[in-house]
Design a protein around this ligand. Structure first.
Ligand SMILES: [Zn+2]
Length: 176
């Protein structure tokens, strides 16, 4: 496994070995681009000359954990940046939606299960709440069966409107 080696000197450090034709250069300590850390093959740790440099503390081995941590923190920063951008984007989307004054209402069409209401979310312009029954695309053809009535509930100085389905139920008719 390769080893990460860090330069502790303020200036660049170069390790050359004629026998193995190795030449590795480290930038000064704290180099902004991370040039003060070089990953070298672990066979270099068997090289006597290289170990002398290590023994003098000019170059030190980074613990594997530390380099992994460093790589992870770069990842994390990139991820956080992406996350932040996404958050900003969805906030903008919500703001745009609010400007158009759409309210999401549940479809009042009959449920496919036979009882209750469909419940499919239907975006309705706030100013049109009392003008059109909230029906999803599947149920909008039933619009003529709904009539609006004003409830006793007051919101923003106006009576809340309620849609009710008025249709002749064939079974009821038969019973009469
Ligand atoms: Zn529906």
């Amino acid at each position: 496994m390769p080893v990460a080696i860090r330069n502790t000197q303020s200036g660049p450090t170069v390790f050359t070995d004629k026998h193995t034709e190795t030449s590795i250069e480290w930038q000064g300590k704290g180099d902004v681009s991370g040039g003060d850390i070089q990953v070298v093959p672990d066979s270099l740790l068997d090289n006597v000359n290289f170990m002398r440099v290590i023994a003098r503390g000019i170059l030190v081995t980074e613990t594997a954990d530390k380099s992994i941590e460093q790589a992870l923190s770069v990842h994390r920063a990139a991820w956080e940046q992406k996350e932040e951008a996404q958050k900003r984007h969805s906030q903008m989307t919500i703001e745009n939606a609010e400007k158009k004054d759409f309210v999401s209402t549940a479809c009042i069409g009959p449920s496919a299960r036979g009882t209750g209401e469909c419940g499919e979310p239907v975006p309705v312009r706030e100013t049109q709440v009392g003008e059109k029954p909230p029906l999803c695309s599947k149920h909008e053809m039933l619009a003529s069966q709904y009539v609006v009535t004003e409830t006793e509930e007051i919101k923003n100085g106006e009576a809340l409107k309620q849609w009710n389905r008025v249709h002749v139920d064939p079974r009821t008719t038969a019973a009469v």
